[in-house]
Design a protein around this ligand. Structure first.
Ligand SMILES: [Zn+2]
Ligand SMILES: [Zn+2]
Ligand SMILES: [Zn+2]
Length: 507
């Protein structure tokens, strides 16, 4: 204050002495008035982004007018709270509300009995994150920008200093944004009754490094749901599986496929049967040959082993995904290692031997390394596998570039055992495909081919980019079919975890 004189200048004349005296008394009076209201906490806000910040401290009052409606970037904004009573007590609790963020609780100690933390006990520092809404259920595009607030709480160093909560607002890093989005998805999944969805979200949240407390909460919820049997989907109980997955019910049908070419133009690029770099092959009776050591009918042996294994393991290891069932490790990890470990644990060594023989054969025949396994059960003709592309890596190649740039040794091999089913192969002209439509009336090309017991279908990454594949439901009688698909990667990464949301593009 410009008007407050220092004692030395104030003492220079008698007149000013009296002024000084009056001022001193005034200051004393103010101090006496202030004494019952000690400061409890000071909050400062600064950073690289503007932020709207509110602080609530029950039992305390703001000194002055507090923070502005918007704390502009590049400046430090301060608010101090005063106790509304003479004694501050052992600690002061408050809540920090930054627009777009969850409220963050904090606490500052005033003596040994109090606690100092931000977000949760024991934390002196915490980075709060915020991101725009993300429609993860429909696998929508993720937001690309998020906000981070670095929070730090500094305890009072002496009896008369004030504890300090520092808020620094900035853009979230890529890793932070991912963590934030997965955390939000996990929380939303936790509020629902869908076991499958929550399980998939827990795995994703773990990978993204979501707070341990939140993951533990979600896992607790999963345990609760399991106790209520919610992990066993309709038609996936052992009773149903035992009834449907019997070799006696296997049907064989169809011999000739159908190739529906583009109706708009006979010269349509879609009608090209093999595009640059593409490999698609269907090898008849491959399973009988590669499992010949297990009996003359390797396909039947494999079908029986897998059906029996599904009944031997914990209920819930067969689960619904789209129109078909998946048989996997109980935690739905789709690595070969996780599956074979589970099978070995229940004495299914023969089944494991067969699967490992198939892994060995697939790698030798098609190159690359098996990175994931997916076993699908199609109990009858109503079951289906929606049209899709396989996903080999997080970064799916996009754009109109020449398909020859695709790495070798990347692809999918899928073995069929049991009933015959048609596979639908559709030529695509979208942004992921190198095939261009012949014009605006292009109808594309659809090819239906039969897969019989023991057949191996292989396609590489280039073919996968230009086409979708799927198993449509069948009209009329059809018995059970099991497919065993291996994803082949260029690098060895057998512990690779492949988790899918129930509504995600299935493998
Ligand atoms: Zn090329
Ligand atoms: Zn066309
Ligand atoms: Zn697939």
């Amino acid at each position: 204050m410009a008007g407050s004189a220092t004692p030395s200048t104030a003492a220079s004349t008698p007149k000013s002495r009296s002024v000084f005296r009056a001022q001193t008394l005034g200051a004393l009076a103010l101090q006496v008035f202030q004494a019952p209201c000690p400061s409890v906490v000071k909050v400062t806000v600064e950073g690289k982004l503007d932020a709207s910040v509110k602080v609530q401290v029950p039992g305390a009052k703001m000194e002055g007018s507090g923070l502005p409606a918007l704390c502009r970037a590049g400046k430090t904004w301060t608010v101090t709270f005063l106790s509304s009573s003479a004694a501050r007590g052992p600690m002061t609790k408050g809540s920090l509300m930054i627009q777009g963020f969850d409220a963050v609780p904090f606490c500052v100690a005033h003596n040994d009995q109090g606690h100092t933390f931000v977000q949760s006990k024991g934390k002196w520092r915490y980075t709060a994150l915020s991101a725009p809404r993300w429609n993860w259920r429909e696998n929508a595009e993720k937001p690309t920008e998020g906000t981070a607030a670095d929070l730090e709480v500094i305890g009072a160093r002496s009896a008369d200093s004030v504890p300090h909560l520092k808020v620094h607002v900035r853009s979230a890093s890529e890793v932070e944004l991912k963590r934030c989005l997965q955390g939000l998805a996990l929380r939303e999944a936790q509020a629902e009754e869908d076991y499958d969805m929550l399980l998939a979200q827990v795995t994703k949240a773990k990978t993204a490094g979501v707070d341990r407390e939140q993951i533990e909460q979600a896992e607790e919820r999963l345990r609760g749901m399991r106790k209520m049997g919610k992990h066993v989907n309709d038609g996936c109980d052992k009773e149903s599986l035992k009834l449907l997955m019997q070799w006696e019910k296997v049907t064989r049908c169809g011999e000739t496929g159908v190739n529906e070419t583009c109706k708009a133009s006979p010269d349509c690029p879609c009608n090209e049967e093999v595009n640059c770099g593409e490999v698609l092959s269907i090898v008849p009776s491959a399973v009988q040959l590669l499992l010949k050591d297990f009996g003359p009918e390797g396909d039947k042996e494999l079908f029986d082993e897998l059906s029996a294994s599904a009944l031997a393991v914990e209920e819930g290891s067969v689960w619904k995904a789209g129109g078909k069932l998946i048989f996997s490790a109980f935690d739905r990890n789709q690595s070969v290692q996780a599956l074979t470990r589970m099978l070995n644990n229940v004495g299914r060594a023969r089944c494991v031997k067969m699967l490992l023989q198939m892994v060995k054969h697939s790698e030798a025949e098609y190159g690359g390394f098996v990175t994931a396994i997916q076993i699908n059960f199609h109990p009858n003709g109503e079951s289906f596998h929606a049209q899709h592309r396989d996903i080999y890596s997080a970064k799916q190649r996009a754009g109109p570039s020449c398909t020859c740039t695709f790495k070798k040794c990347v692809g999918t091999v899928c073995y069929t055992v049991g009933s015959s089913r048609q596979v639908l192969l559709e030529t695509m002209t979208d942004m992921f495909s190198a095939v261009k439509p012949c014009g605006e009336h292009c109808t594309g090309r659809r090819e239906r081919r039969w897969l019989h017991s023991g057949d191996a279908m292989y396609f590489n990454e280039a073919w996968n980019a230009n086409h979708t594949h799927g198993i449509p439901p069948i009209d009329g009688e059809s018995g059970p079919r099991i497919s065993v698909a291996f994803l082949l990667g260029a690098e060895e990464s057998r512990i690779y975890q492949k988790m899918l949301l129930p509504n995600e593009v299935p493998q």
